[in-house]
Design a protein around this ligand. Structure first.
Ligand code: ATP
Length: 642
C-alpha cells in the first residue's frame, strides 16, 4: 500500500515562498550562499508593508520619535567604543570532520554510541594509524559515516594548503621519488583534530606525523579497529550532523569586515554594522541640535545589519544579512525625575501604561514599550496566542542593562525571539562620550531649576542617597558623586530603552502564521489541498485583484481595467484575466490577496439595471461574495488595507 509522507510545515512554507516569489535563495543559480536570502516580487511587497507599519506606528503616528538613515559602514572606532570589536562574538565549536561550525549554545543534545577506530588503510598499502572516535546514532549513521570518509579520501581534490606539509613528510617522499605522484593526493586533514599523532605507512615505510598533516591518496580506504565504546545520552559534545567530537569552544567575532581605502591594510579596516543602533547613539547630538526634540524622545531607524552567524538556520530566521527596525528611546535618569517631581513612578502590576507621565522612571518606560510593541504586533495579526515573553534573569542580562525582555513568536521550529526590548541605562552614550571625547549630555532647565531650590543639607542627602543606591548596584561611589555634580547643574547623559526588532524574522513570522491549507472536493469528487495565505490585509503584498469574467469580451475587460486603474493608485492591486475564475481565486489565495473583484455580465446591466455597475467582491478568508457598487469599492477597501 502506498503511503504519502507527511511533509513538515516549514518545508511546505519554504517551497511556497519560492514557487510564489516570496523568498529565494541568494545567488541560487550558483548554488546559493549560506545565510543570505532575496525577497521576490511578493516578498518585497510584504517586507515593504511591514516596514511601513513599523515606521508609522513608531514614528509617523507619534510626536516624540524622529527617524534616522545612517550608513552601514561607520568609523571603526564606533565598534571599539560599543564593545563589538572585543566582545561581539559567539562561542563556537567545530566539527573536525567537515569543518562545520556550531554555536556552543545551539548544539542539539545527542544520543548514541561512541565508536572508536584505530586507523584507516587503502588497497595500495597507504594507511594511517591512530585513535579517533565518533558518535554514531544508528547503524545507518555508521554506514553513512563510512561512506563519507571514503568519499572524502577518494575525491580527487588538490591539496588546499600544500606549504603546510611537514618537512619530514615531504623530504621522505621526495627521497622516495614519490613526489610527482603526490601532486594528485588529496587533503585528508578532516580527522586531524581527533588524532594527536599517528603513523603514515607508504609501502613498507612508516612515518610519524602530526594529525593535521595527513595526506591521503585518491582511492577508497577502509576504517580499522572499529570498537564500540560508551553509550552517550544528551551530550552536547558531538556535531549533530556528523557525530564527530566537537572542538573546545572558541570565541568567533560575528562582524564582517572590509577595507575602505586603496591600501587595504589594517589601518583601512572597517566593519559592516552588526546592528543599526550604534549610528543612533553616534548621531544623537546632531539630532538634538538640529531638531526641537527634548528628552524623553526617540530616534528610530530601519536598515540592513550584518552578522557572520556561525550557524545560519531555520530559513531566514538566522541570516547573515538582515534588516533591523530599532528605536532608541531616551529618558532622563531616575535621579533627575526624582529631583524634578519629588517621586519616581515605578511599575507595579496593573499600572496604567496608556499615556506616558512626566514622573515615570525607567521601569515604567520599559513596560510602556513592551505594551506598545505588543499592541503593534496585535495590529498586524500577531495576537497573544502566538506571542510569548522571556524576561531575562539577572544572570542573563548584560552588565549595564537594568532589564530585557524578548518578545517571542511561536515559529513552526520553536518559540523564538522576534524582538528584544532592553533598558540599557546610559551605557551606550557614555561609552561614545568617553571614546570620542565629545559631550553627549543634555541640559534640562527644569532639572536645574529644581536643583537650585535645594538647601545644602538636601543636596548632601541627595548625593548620599544616590551613592548608596549606586553602591547597591555595584557602581562606584566616586562615579555617583561626579554624576550628581553634573545633575545638580542640570546636565545628564540620557538613559535609553531599546525596542529592537528584526524585519526578516517578522516577515517569516507572518508568512508562517498566514500559511493555511484547506481540503476541497471538485465537481468530479476529487480531493485537493489548497493553500491560503491569510495575511492581515494591512500587510498583504497585494490588497486586491481585479478580474474580467472573460478576457475575450471587450466590455468586461474595459470595465475591469477601469476599476484596476482607479484602485492601483491607492493600494497594491493586481489585474488577472488568465484561466477560470476558480483558478484565479486560487492564485490570489496563495499570494494572500484579501479581496478579489470580478466584473461579469451583471456589471454591464445585462440582468437588469439594478445590478448595473456592481461587481462581485470576494473575501479570501471565508470565500464569501457580495455585490458592491463600483463607486463604493475604494471607500470600502481603503480602511481595511491601510
Ligand atoms: P539572537 O539571540 O536570536 O541571536 P540577538 O538577541 O542577538 O538575537 P539582537 O542583537 O537583540 O538579537 O537584535 C535585535 C533583533 O534583530 C532580534 O530580535 C532579531 O529579530 C533580529 N536579528 C538578530 N540577529 C539576526 C539574524 N542573524 N537574522 C535575522 N534577524 C536577526
Amino acid at each position: 500500500m502506498s503511503q504519502t509522507k507527511e511533509i513538515p510545515l516549514m518545508e511546505k512554507i519554504v517551497s511556497l515562498c519560492k514557487r510564489k516569489g516570496f523568498i529565494f535563495q541568494s545567488s541560487e543559480i550558483y548554488g546559493g550562499i549560506n545565510g543570505f536570502w532575496d525577497y521576490g516580487p511578493l516578498g518585497a511587497e510584504l517586507k515593504r508593508n511591514l516596514r511601513t507599519t513599523w515606521w508609522n506606528a513608531m514614528m509617523r503616528e507619534r510626536e516624540d520619535v524622529v527617524p534616522l538613515d545612517a550608513t552601514i559602514i561607520m568609523h571603526p572606532a564606533v565598534w571599539k567604543a560599543s564593545g563589538h570589536v572585543d566582545t561581539f562574538s559567539d562561542m563556537m565549536r567545530e566539527c573536525p570532520f567537515t569543518k562545520k561550525r556550531v554555536r556552543a549554545d545551539h548544539v542539539e543534545p545527542q544520543n548514541g554510541i561512541i565508536i572508536q577506530f584505530t586507523g584507516a588503510r587503502s588497497p595500495s598499502g597507504w594507511a594511517f594509524e591512530g585513535q579517533f572516535s565518533m558518535l554514531m546514532k544508528s547503524n545507518e549513521h555508521i554506514e553513512s559515516f563510512r561512506k563519507r570518509v571514503r568519499s572524502l579520501f577518494s575525491e580527487n581534490r588538490s591539496p588546499s594548503v600544500p606549504n603546510r606539509k611537514s618537512s619530514i613528510f615531504k623530504a621522505e617522499h621526495e627521497a622516495e621519488g614519490n613526489w610527482k605522484a603526490r601532486s594528485e593526493l588529496i587533503h585528508a586533514q578532516i580527522l586531524a583534530p581527533t588524532l594527536q599523532s599517528f603513523t603514515v605507512k607508504v609501502g613498507d615505510v612508516s612515518y610519524e606525523a602530526k594529525a593535521s598533516e595527513i595526506w591521503g591518496k585518491a582511492e577508497e580506504i577502509e576504517l580499522l579497529g572499529e570498537e564500540k565504546c560508551d553509550v552517550v545520552k544528551d551530550s552536547k559534545d558531538f556535531h549533530p550532523e556528523t557525530g564527530a567530537p566537537l572542538s573546545t569552544p572558541k570565541p568567533f567575532n560575528l562582524m564582517f569586515h572590509s577595507f575602505a581605502g586603496a591600501t587595504a591594510t589594517e589601518s583601512d579596516k572597517v566593519y559592516l554594522r552588526p546592528e543599526t543602533a550604534q549610528a543612533i547613539f553616534v548621531q544623537f547630538k546632531n539630532v538634538v541640535d538640529s531638531t526641537r526634540v527634548k528628552v524623553p524622545f526617540g530616534i528610530g531607524q530601519i536598515g540592513k545589519a550584518f552578522r557572520n552567524e556561525v550557524t545560519p538556520r531555520n530559513f531566514t530566521f538566522r541570516s547573515r544579512e538582515f534588516e533591523q527596525m530599532e528605536l532608541e528611546f531616551f529618558i532622563p535618569p531616575d535621579e533627575a525625575v526624582r529631583l524634578i517631581h519629588s517621586n519616581v513612578a515605578a511599575w507595579s502590576e496593573g499600572a496604567d501604561l496608556s499615556v506616558p507621565q512626566p514622573n515615570w522612571g525607567w521601569e515604567m518606560w520599559h513596560r510602556y514599550w513592551v505594551a506598545q510593541r505588543t499592541a503593534y504586533y496585535a495590529g498586524i495579526g500577531l495576537g497573544a496566542d502566538v506571542l510569548d515573553y522571556h524576561w531575562q534573569k539577572m544572570d542573563e542580562l548584560a552588565h549595564y542593562a537594568r532589564a530585557c525582555v524578548d518578545i517571542l513568536f511561536k515559529f513552526p521550529f520553536g518559540t523564538e525571539e522576534l524582538e528584544g526590548i532592553a533598558a540599557r541605562g546610559d551605557f551606550d552614550l557614555t561609552q561614545h562620550q568617553k571614546r570620542s571625547g565629545k559631550p553627549l549630555e543634555v541640559f534640562d532647565e527644569e532639572l536645574r531649576a529644581a536643583a537650585v531650590k535645594l538647601t545644602d543639607e538636601q543636596r548632601r542627602d541627595f548625593i548620599a542617597e544616590v551613592q548608596e543606591d549606586w553602591n547597591d548596584r555595584n557602581k562606584s561611589r566616586e562615579d555617583a558623586a561626579i554624576f550628581c555634580e553634573r545633575l545638580l547643574k542640570g546636565f545628564y547623559v540620557p538613559h535609553v530603552i531599546e525596542p529592537s526588532a528584526g524585519l526578516d524574522r517578522l516577515a517569516l513570522a507572518v508568512l508562517t502564521l498566514a500559511y493555511t491549507e484547506i481540503e476541497k472536493t471538485d465537481a468530479k469528487g476529487n480531493k485537493e489541498t489548497l493553500t491560503i495565505m491569510r495575511f492581515h490585509p494591512r500587510i498583504a503584498p497585494k490588497k486586491v485583484a481585479v478580474f474580467p469574467l472573460l478576457k475575450n469580451k471587450p466590455e468586461l475587460v474595459a470595465k475591469a481595467r477601469g476599476i484596476y486603474e482607479t484602485l492601483k493608485k491607492h493600494m497594491a492591486a493586481d489585474y488577472d484575466e488568465g484561466g477560470s475564475i476558480g483558478k484565479r481565486y486560487a492564485r490570489q489565495d496563495e499570494a494572500g490577496t484579501p479581496f478579489c473583484i470580478t466584473v461579469d455580465f451583471d456589471t454591464l446591466g445585462e440582468k437588469g439595471p439594478e445590478l448595473a455597475d456592481t461587481v462581485t467582491l470576494r473575501h479570501r478568508d471565508d470565500g464569501t461574495q457580495e455585490r458592491v457598487q463600483i463607486g463604493e469599492l475604494l471607500g470600502r477597501l481603503l480602511p481595511l488595507v491601510s
